[in-house]
Design a protein around this ligand. Structure first.
Ligand code: ZN
Length: 278
């Protein structure tokens, strides 16, 4: 691929990096990333992936921009209140980088659409705010052999991890760490417990960084580790996490071989906050 003069200037600080160079930038421009949720985490992830020149960004979110989002969802503006989040995000991205093709899905990710949706992308960045979606996305990514960079935040704490259990080696999936979702109501949501807006920027930027590393195949993958950040004490901890041979999804005798258990779960679960994004 030949860069235009404008692209050489736009991506000059990337191209200067030995580990990135023209080759890495080409990979980014040819990459397709699906971002789940255009909320607190999805905002910085989308902004940085767009600025970095990731060629195709898919955005799935069924929500509209609300005044209470703007304290942390920095891809949306006051003038966009009431607009679909996917459209608001698409407009912002178009203003940042015309190289990026944006595909919007004003929808929720479900057991019915997850495989088709994820199958069209090289990597998924999950910025959803609920356990049902996180487990669904983990399972769909594993079954479709798609790397997943997952993040979560609450109040002053956040965590980031990369999952690619479909690859050989000690690469766990989300279920290896958390076999089952917690009972409904046990872990509060950001809507219930609050979140420091800048935490979304910090954790989402880490998520974007790990996604870019995976797309270019540079550095040490975060797969096999869980990065935990506690902002009040300004503490970062990187915990080694291992593949669980008894994991129901990626273990030696898997019992989850498709997404059918999520169809049942979706029927049982009726939390109104479940559709949103962090
Ligand atoms: Zn697993």
């Amino acid at each position: 691929m030949d860069f235009s003069e404008q692209q050489i200037e736009r991506y000059a600080r990337h191209i200067l990096l030995g580990q990135v160079g023209g080759k890495g930038q080409e990979k980014l421009l040819a990459s397709k990333v699906l971002v789940i949720g255009a909320g607190g985490l999805g905002s910085p992830v989308l902004l940085y992936l767009a600025a970095a020149g990731v060629g195709t960004l898919g955005i799935i979110d069924d929500d509209v921009v609300d005044l209470s989002n703007l304290q942390r969802q920095v891809i949306h503006a006051t003038a966009s209140i009431g607009m679909a989040k996917v459209d608001s995000a698409k407009n912002t991205i178009a203003a940042i980088n015309p190289d990026v093709r944006v595909i919007t899905y004003q929808d929720r990710i479900t057991a019915g659409n997850a495989m088709d949706l994820i199958g069209g992308y090289d990597l998924v960045a999950d910025g959803s705010d609920n356990f049902a979606t996180r487990f669904l996305v983990n399972d769909a990514c594993y079954l479709s052999k798609t790397p997943l960079v997952s993040a979560a935040i609450l109040q002053f704490d956040g965590q980031v991890a990369t999952y690619k259990a479909h690859e050989a080696g000690d690469n766990p999936c989300y279920r290896c760490l958390f076999p089952e979702p917690p009972p409904p109501g046990q872990v509060p949501s950001c809507a219930e417990a609050g979140v420091l807006g800048a935490m979304c920027g910090m954790i989402g930027s880490l998520q974007a960084t790990e996604a870019l590393k995976e797309l270019m195949g540079i550095g040490q993958s975060l797969s096999g580790s869980l990065l935990i950040c506690e902002a009040l004490g300004t503490e970062f901890r990187k915990i080694k996490v291992r593949r669980d041979p008894g994991c129901a999804l990626c273990g030696e005798t898997p019992t989850i071989t498709d997404l059918s258990l999520h169809e049942i779960a979706a029927g049982e679960q009726c939390r109104p906050a479940a559709s949103g994004s962090a």
